[in-house]
Design a protein around this ligand. Structure first.
Ligand code: FES
Length: 142
């Protein structure tokens, strides 16, 4: 049985989109948005920004695009494997989404990261997430 906090039901994670949640960094309280996506029988969790332009969210509040089994960035069409987070096509090909470790058991998705706590289902209500994304400032060309 996982020891981490239960953050969602597996059934709440759609197969053709994503479930947006917000977690907080236990060190500084900063909120971070995370997209949960189906990957085989399990669920993976990725911080809600593209590896091309990190100020671009994968899920803008209406679910991320999943096409042919891959997560798609709406801005320039980069595609990411749902299980590994690796970009298989697009301007950031070869880059890997930043992961929030989770595990699944008993129909639920549980945090597997001591440094974060669950805040809410849905988008962050603070500006932290956008500020963090902007501060990273690692736009890859294009
Ligand atoms: S911002 Fe995502 S592919 Fe360019």
């Amino acid at each position: 049985m996982p020891t981490g906090e239960r953050i969602a039901d597996i059934d709440a994670v759609p197969d053709d989109s994503s479930l947006l949640i917000t977690v907080a960094d236990r060190d500084n309280g900063e909120e971070r948005e995370v997209v949960l996506v189906r990957a085989g029988d399990g669920v993976t969790a990725w911080f809600n920004y593209c590896q091309h332009w990190r100020d671009v969210n994968l899920d803008t509040g209406d679910g991320a695009v999943v096409r042919d089994g891959e997560l798609v960035c709406k801005r320039h069409g980069a595609t990411f494997e749902r299980d590994s987070g690796e970009c298989t096509f697009g301007p950031c090909e070869g880059a890997v989404l930043d992961e929030l470790p989770v595990e699944t058991a008993d129909g639920g998705v549980f945090l597997d990261a001591d440094g974060y706590e669950f805040v809410r289902l849905g988008a962050s209500e603070s500006d932290d997430d956008a500020d963090i994304a902007r501060s990273i400032e690692s736009r890859i060309g294009f």
